[in-house]
Design a protein around this ligand. Structure first.
Ligand code: PLP
Length: 273
């Protein structure tokens, strides 16, 4: 297996970044996960735009899109697989302990892992911890994901694959690695980006393609929604069949099933002209 580091392809076994890389020591980094089917990345332009937004939010230099594109193409060509997840990591780079930021320029790593299609439906839990809708990192896809790791571990303990957060004012926000949608009286709703959620790429496409409304929703909407579904790069549109102790029998329900069908059809469109 090969990955991209320091401007070229390297063997995964021998590739090294500094132990003082600020991505490691203080989480000063950003990332993207991009789905690649038969070597073709999905919606790469949107991922690169979000990478730049995240970089600017952290005060990192703008990533060079041409280099990231070259890196993705090289890694995909070197590691053929039917369904892969490209991981683009971009950090503040390394420097002496205690320095504000790396002194050797940013670190860019592009790696590829194999993945599989997710099941059509899954179980989720809600967690008591909140997303801060007004934090310095709100909406940025940073490598400071420890809170998500903790919440996801709790989900796994409860036989669920995702944990959902409310924000500090009790509104439904998002999952650890997904956005959330609910169906009420046949209409699809999802929390607005102002709720503190990540501006998910799958979320934006789902809103565009299904006409879902962006609505402030209290967390307890999950107790009465007719249907619930998640969106993310690796889940696409995935129905929810249990929220905490509440079963949603028959998931995917009709509205979710239609959203899944539309997403499946439209995601074949070339989004990277
Ligand atoms: N929310 C969070 C916190 C995420 O990490 C992710 C995905 O990585 C998403 C939502 C879904 O975003 P996307 O559809 O771009 O994968």
């Amino acid at each position: 297996m090969k990955l991209w580091l320091d401007g070229g392809l390297q063997d995964i076994e021998s590739a090294r970044v500094s132990v003082f890389d600020h991505g490691l020591t203080v989480g000063d980094g950003i990332f993207e996960t991009v789905k690649a089917t038969d070597g073709k990345p999905f919606a790469l332009t949107r991922h690169l735009d979000r990478l730049t937004r995240s970089a600017r939010g952290l005060g990192l230099p703008d990533p060079d899109h041409d280099e990231v594109r070259r890196a993705c193409a090289a890694v995909l060509a070197a590691n053929p697989m039917p369904l892969g997840r490209l991981r683009i990591t971009y950090t503040g780079g390394h420097g002496p302990l205690g320095s504000d930021r790396g002194e050797h320029g940013p670190t860019l790593v592009v790696a590829l892992g194999e993945t599989t299609r997710r099941p059509d439906s899954t179980a989720v839990i809600t967690v008591p911890w909140t997303r801060n809708e007004r934090g310095a990192l709100t909406g940025l896809k940073t490598t400071s994901y420890a809170e998500n790791v903790v919440a996801l571990a709790r989900a796994h303990q409860h036989g669920a694959s995702e944990a959902l957060f409310a924000n500090t004012v009790g509104q439904l926000c998002e999952g650890t690695g997904s956005n959330v949608f609910v169906v009420l009286d046949g209409e699809i709703h999802t929390p607005p980006v102002a709720s503190g959620c990540l501006a998910g790429i799958t979320r934006a496409l789902t809103v565009e393609w299904t006409g879902a409304k962006e609505t402030d929703l209290p967390l307890d909407v999950l107790e009465r929604a007719d249907e619930v579904f998640l969106t993310s790069t690796l889940r696409d549109v995935q129905a929810v069949h249990r929220v905490d102790d509440r079963e949603l029998p028959g998931a995917p329900g009709p509205v979710t099933a239609k959203a899944m069908r539309i997403f499946g059809e439209r995601s074949g469109d070339d989004l990277d002209p």
